[in-house]
Every structure is written in C-alpha cells, then in structure tokens.
Design a protein around this ligand. Structure first.
Ligand code: GLV
Ligand code: MN
Ligand code: MN
Length: 400
C-alpha cells in the first residue's frame, strides 16, 4: 500500500497555483510557454528532484520526472487555458508527484511523473503529447500559430538550450492520468470518482472569410461583402444542418473570432474563426466535417466572400486500457464504496495520445457545478484527496 500525504499534496497544488494566479477565486493564466508556465516547470523540476526523480525536459517542453528503470507513468499537464482554473491538468501532475514520492517512501513500485506541454492547445490540440506519441509530426507542429500569429517553432526555441532528447516511451509500463471531470455528472450525483471508459474524438480548424473592407456609414447594405455577416449566416445554417447527424452527446463550438480590422465604423473585410467539434464516433466526426465545409463554401458563394480552411487537427476517439481501468475501479470501490462510476470523457486529454504508446487510463474527481475552463473552476479538497487515494491504490494494484 502506498500511503500518500494529503497535506503535502494540497500544499504543492496551492503552490503551483501561484504561478499565473489570476482573476477571482482560484483562477490561473498559465498558457504554454508563458513566463508563468516556464517558471512553474522550473519549480516542478525541483520538486521532482527532491522526490528522487530525474527531471528531463524534452524538445517541445514536456517535463518528465524519471524513476530509475522501467516504471509506471502518472501525470497530466501544467499549462492552462487563456483563462483557466487551478486544477485542470495541475491536479494530475501534483497527484502524480505525491504518489511517486509516497511510493519511494513506502518502498513501492517505481513511479515516473510527467507534465505535458500545451495540452490546452495554444498551438493546436494537446500539442506536447501529440508530438511525443507520433500523432503529430514535429514539422507540422512547428508550422502551427497561436491567436497572435506566434509560431510553435518560435515558442519552443525559447527552451531549446535546456531541452534534452525525447524520452523513450519503452521505459514506461503504462500511463494513468488523474483529472477533474470538468462536467456536472459526478458533482450532481454526489459521487467521488469516475473511471473513464473512453475519450471522445475532436476536430479543430480555423476558417477564414475574406470580403471587402469599407466605410460603415457610406456603404449601402446591398453592396457590402461583410465577412462578419458571412460568419453569422454560417453559424445559423450550420446549427440547423448538424441537427440531422448529431446525438445529445455531440458538441461543436466557435470559441474564437477575429474580425479585421475590428472597429465600430468599418465593414469587416475579414473574419477568422475557430471551428471545433467533438463526438465519440469517428464516422460522425467525418460527416460533420463534410457539412461544415459545404456550408461554409455555400455561404461564401451567396455573400460574395471567399473562404479558406486552415490545417485540420484532431484526435480519434480512444478507449482506455481495461487492465488499468480495472485497477482504478477496484481502488475506487475500496476507497469510496458505491460512490463512483464508469464514464466517458467529453473533454480531451493527453491520455488519448499516450494510449498509442502504452496502456493508458484516467480517473476523474468532481468539478463543483461542472465548471471548468473558467476562473470559477474548483473541487472540494476532500474530493481531491479521495481521488489521490484512489490513484495511489490503483498504482499499488497495477504495480510497476
Ligand atoms: C481540454 O482542455 C479540452 O479542451 O477538452
Ligand atoms: Mn486538462
Ligand atoms: Mn483543459
């Protein structure tokens, strides 16, 4: 049995939140490669070393704390959304650190720790683990840009001096990621833990409408080629057309919009926006793509605009490993009898990528009011500790 130390775990979790602490409550702004992100990784590397692990930064900023020999790998990510909470990713990293540390103290199995880089997709979709797993080539990743036009290649050049090689995945026996649920189900049911059965797939791309920039006072409505009007029409038509192919679990989001030149008195000549959709079925994702592309092109044609599509990034739907899942279920039943469930993940996670390399599984704890990707994200500390105990119990069962 690996006896974890809840006070030490919570203290580290609160310390990590200080890097990029922002907004009300326990908000965090720590996007990949920001000063706060790099400082947090430096601090984490120190904590890994103190825990008897060897810190190792790879060429894209994934930070590993390596145990000697073959080991199980635990972790998640420590970058945040542009406005995020203190637990998304951070929980899985600090829980991993505590289990690794406690396992050394207990003479338990060797446990390595990872904090992947850019899970939150400043440059794409789970960038660091996607590259490590071979889901995304380094060349393709290097071409990606963030919202301000900064290239991934430029961002990672900032850590090049300190980075070593990519870590050989062959040194790990499996991967377990603990995470907040980020949805309402566990919280509403008063349950303590969720063992993930599978993670939905995602597609994500940028779409650009180009029209004609002109004067907002003098350009008659019938002569306008207004890129925003195109976007608005596209959104309305798309919601209507997707209805035929989606299920209640399917989701799609336009979360980022940039109008050019973004001024009250100018008919916008350009609209660049994100288009993201998620579902557990790869075929449905493909059918949605067809509808999205066709609708965008049709609206462009009608509105006198041109349309272009950026690279489409994505992850396939991914089942979790049964043996590791069983270890989590057994541990959940021992720690929180009757207060846990098996469930699908609608959020994406590094575990999707890592599952290409080794058996991978995930554990959820409740999110208060189901809120995440917002400063208000939080989880009761008792639930955080219960999750930590379930994780430690699963590692004890799964062994090295
Ligand atoms: C991960 O943060 C996601 O967007 O699901
Ligand atoms: Mn996350
Ligand atoms: Mn997230």
């Amino acid at each position: 049995m690996i006896a974890v130390n809840p006070e030490r775990f919570l203290a580290d979790l609160h310390r990590l939140r200080e890097f990029g602490a922002a907004g009300v409550g326990k908000g965090v702004v720590r996007p990949a490669y920001s000063e706060a992100d790099i400082a947090a990784r430096d601090w984490l590397a120190g904590r890994m070393r103190e825990a008897g692990l060897v810190p190792h930064l790879d060429p894209v900023g994934n930070l590993f704390g390596l145990a000697e020999g073959r080991s199980i790998l635990l972790g998640s990510h420590s970058d945040s959304q542009p406005e995020g909470g203190w637990l998304d990713g951070a929980l899985g990293v600090i829980a991993a650190l505590e289990v690794a540390r406690a396992s050394v103290e207990a003479g338990g199995p060797p446990v390595s720790v990872v904090s992947f880089q850019d899970e939150e997709g400043r440059f794409g979709v789970t960038t660091g683990s996607a590259i490590w797993s071979g889901n995304l080539s380094l060349d393709d990743a290097d071409r990606q840009t963030d919202r301000e036009g900064v290239r991934f290649a430029e961002a990672r050049a900032g850590i090049a001096e300190r980075a070593g090689e990519f870590v050989d995945p062959g040194r790990f026996t499996g991967f377990v990621e603990m995470h907040i649920e980020q949805g309402p189900w566990l919280y509403e049911a008063g349950e303590a833990a969720g063992v993930v059965t599978d993670i939905v797939g995602i597609r994500d791309m940028r779409i650009t409408y180009d029209g004609e920039q002109n004067h907002a006072g003098t350009t008659p409505m019938h002569r306008r080629r207004d890129a925003f009007q195109g976007l608005a029409r596209f959104n309305a038509l798309l919601n209507d057309r997707l209805r035929n192919v989606v299920t209640p679990q399917t989701v799609w989001t336009i979360g980022h919009v940039r109008l050019h030149p973004d001024a009250h008195s100018i008919v916008p000549g350009r609209a660049v926006f994100s288009m993201q959709w998620r579902d557990g079925d790869a075929d449905r994702l493909r059918r949605m793509e067809e509808i999205i592309r066709a609708t965008a092109a049709e609206v462009a044609q009608e509105a006198g605009l041109s349309v272009s599509f950026g690279d489409m990034l994505g992850l396939e739907p991914m089942p979790m490993d049964e043996t590791l899942r069983d270890a989590l279920c057994d541990s959940a039943e021992a720690v929180a009898p009757g207060r846990w469930r098996r469930m699908q993940s609608g959020a994406l996670h590094d575990a999707t990528n890592v599952a290409r390399l080794m058996p991978a599984a995930m554990l959820f704890v409740p999110s208060i009011d189901g809120i995440s990707h917002a400063f208000a994200e939080d989880t009761a500390e008792a639930d955080l500790v219960t999750g930590l105990e379930v994780l430690a119990g699963a590692v004890g069962r799964a062994g090295g």
